[in-house]
Design a protein around this ligand. Structure first.
Ligand code: PBG
Length: 319
């Protein structure tokens, strides 16, 4: 008898799609049936759609309800968007698999098929992310960045209704919802750095559930895990949370996959900079098996270039 595995998931369309993808992969790899168990989180039930995510405690709210259900034994495993997962280790839980990553890029969905470079001056561009807002202001200080909140469909809806001229979203989310054809510009990750972990999923189970860890192991994709380990080490060493204006991504060198290239940016989160916000960025290459050290070392370099002062300024602005 093969055991039916219970996968705890948020009810949102994106979470259900991501959970469904992992469930199908797990059934294909192991032959076990997977049952989806819906778990409601405060973030899902909050009616104040214009309340900024940062004001309700960041993305941790989405993660905690899933983790609590897992620790209580109500479900056997959960799937997170890795970029929403705090970098601190979770007591009693294990990141059992990091499946192969989707495209890491951010994309623009704009009226009239516009690209970022050809939006007219003063165009209203929506994002709820400090990282995206800072990089938009660096690329186009003449645009008006408008804070927005809501799921992918809601945010694309602001462009369809004419409320905004454009929004910035993750390629991964838009693609998983079957709407990637609506993207009008794919932002080069070398100029516009994605969020650490963007496009990747993290599959967690209880640390003492050896059977579940073993079943999830074949879903792990080593190059993706190495990249996100580096990106998350960057974030952790900067002591930056999910709402900090920090971008980072790592990828294997295309001519030598034993080497990882890690790139990071830290910007000031001044909500009303005159012109582009101040920022520091850097890049580091090293052996893939030292992913965590590379991310941490890049963070130290950025701190030495003034990242700490930028982030203090950010905290000062947020209080
Ligand atoms: N911020 C919320 C969120 N968390 C994960 C995704 C999409 C999937 C991913 O980036 O891995 C999104 C939507 C977005 O940022 O546009």
């Amino acid at each position: 008898m093969t055991r039916t595995l219970r996968l705890g998931t948020r009810r949102s369309k994106l979470a259900m799609t991501q959970s469904g993808m992992v469930a199908a992969a797990l059934t294909a790899a192991t032959g076990h049936a997977v049952e989806l168990v819906e778990i409601t989180t405060y973030g899902d039930t909050s009616q104040a759609t214009n309340e900024l995510l940062s004001q309700i405690g960041g993305t941790g709210v989405f993660v905690n309800a899933l983790r609590e259900a897992l620790l209580r034994g109500e479900v056997d495993f959960v799937v997170h968007s890795l970029k929403d997962l705090p970098t601190a280790a979770a007591e009693g839980l294990s990141l059992a698999a990091v499946p192969e990553r989707e495209d890491v890029r951010d994309v623009l969905v704009a009226r009239d098929g516009r690209k970022l470079a050809d939006l007219p001056a003063g165009a209203r561009i929506g994002t709820g992310s400090n990282r995206r807002a800072a990089q938009l202001r660096i690329a186009r200080p003449d645009l008006e960045v408008v804070p927005v909140r809501g799921n992918v469909d809601t945010r694309v809806g602001f462009v369809e209704s004419g409320k905004l001229d454009a929004v910035v979203l993750a390629y991964a989310g838009l693609n998983r919802l079957g709407r990637i054809a609506e993207a009008t510009d794919l932002l080069d990750p070398a100029d516009f750095l994605p969020c650490p972990g963007q496009g990747a999923l993290g599959v967690e189970c209880r640390a003492d559930d050896a059977e579940m860890s073993g079943l999830l192991a074949p879903l792990d994709h080593a190059p993706t895990r190495a990249a996100v380990v580096a990106e998350r080490a960057l974030l952790a060493t900067l002591e930056a949370g999910c709402s900090a204006p920090v971008g980072g991504y790592a990828l294997p060198r295309h001519d030598d996959e034993r080497e990882l290239i890690v790139t990071g940016i830290v910007a000031s989160a001044d909500p009303n900079p005159t012109g582009a916000p101040a920022s520091v960025r850097g890049s580091l290459t090293g052996p893939v098996e030292q992913a965590a050290r590379l991310g941490a070392e890049l963070a130290d370099r950025l701190l030495a270039q003034g990242a700490a002062a930028l982030m203090t300024q950010q905290l000062g602005e947020a209080q």
